[in-house]
Design a protein around this ligand. Structure first.
Ligand code: SF4
Ligand code: SF4
Ligand code: SF4
Length: 251
């Protein structure tokens, strides 16, 4: 790769919130932009270059057309980064995978349903090889992890991403656990990869697992604890399927 690698940002099925986060990364992004040249970024510029070395891709894949486009991006990019929960684990888009696809399609598109290309939603790495992940929905606005992942991959090194659960950082913040017998909500902190400093439990909310699962999560123990607190299997699955429907341990 040359002195100043060219970066393209791409978007598939998503709310495009991840790309907006990149624009709000301010100083951290400016540090990184000193070392790269952005050639394709729809949210920030109408110029579209196709000579990128690094592709930063947000969104899940939910149409055949997106599969084709992603394969083309992979052919061009030396490094492909899945940016945000939709790209990393499929995210909210995968909720539809657990319902009747015919009914869902007709609910959204009515009698024009057959004109629309729509398949089960999936993360990028179900289609192509992904070199690195920037986790979260959306990723952290301070941009540390984004800069860490891009910089490490450009240097040919594995990025440092914590491999312990959100509970660890939640406790480091001194939070009182939001889960207890009188409030049996499925906080996914015990099985979710840390790195966000637990903002959700810090504000009294459950972790919904936007950073994906930690390596080797104790899913059985988590389920047992939640069931002992009175949650049914169906209720527990609902929490997991909000963002982690396509969960793959250790991603
Ligand atoms: S990960 Fe979250 S913020 Fe990013 S595109 Fe998906 S839904 Fe939007
Ligand atoms: S609030 Fe959630 S993340 Fe924090 S300690 Fe309790 S279970 Fe873990
Ligand atoms: S606490 Fe959980 S849901 Fe909130 S940002 Fe961290 S990983 Fe995502």
């Amino acid at each position: 790769m040359g002195e100043k690698p060219k970066v393209g940002f791409f978007s598939f099925t998503s709310c495009e919130g991840c790309q907006l986060v990149v624009l709000s990364m301010a100083d951290r992004l400016l540090d990184l932009l000193g070392a790269v040249e952005v050639v394709n970024f729809r949210e920030a510029s109408s110029y579209k270059g196709n000579d990128y070395d690094v592709a930063v891709v947000e969104g899940a894949i939910s149409t055949v057309h997106e599969i084709e486009e992603l394969i083309e991006i992979r052919k061009q990019a030396k490094v492909l980064i899945a940016f945000g929960a939709c790209a990393h684990i499929g995210g909210v888009n995968c909720m539809k995978n657990f319902d009747n696809q015919y009914e869902i399609k007709h609910m959204v598109y009515g009698d024009k349903a057959s004109n629309f290309d729509s398949i089960l939603a999936q993360p990028l790495d179900a289609v192509v090889k992904v070199d690195g992940y920037v986790r979260g929905c959306p990723p952290n606005r301070e941009g540390e992890e984004f800069v860490e992942v891009v910089t490490a991959l450009l240097q040919g090194k594995p990025p440092y991403i914590p491999n312990y659960p959100v509970c660890v950082q939640c406790k480091m913040k001194g939070n009182v656990c939001v889960f207890h017998k009188e409030n049996p909500i499925a906080c996914l902190g015990p099985v979710t990869r840390a790195g966000c400093m637990a903002p959700c439990p810090s504000f009294g909310n459950a972790c919904i697992g936007c950073r994906g699962l930690v390596d080797d999560p104790n899913l059985n123990a988590h389920q047992e604890t939640l069931e002992q607190a009175g949650l049914s299997t169906e209720e527990i699955l609902k929490f997991y399927r909000f963002l982690n429907g396509m969960m793959e341990v250790g991603k």
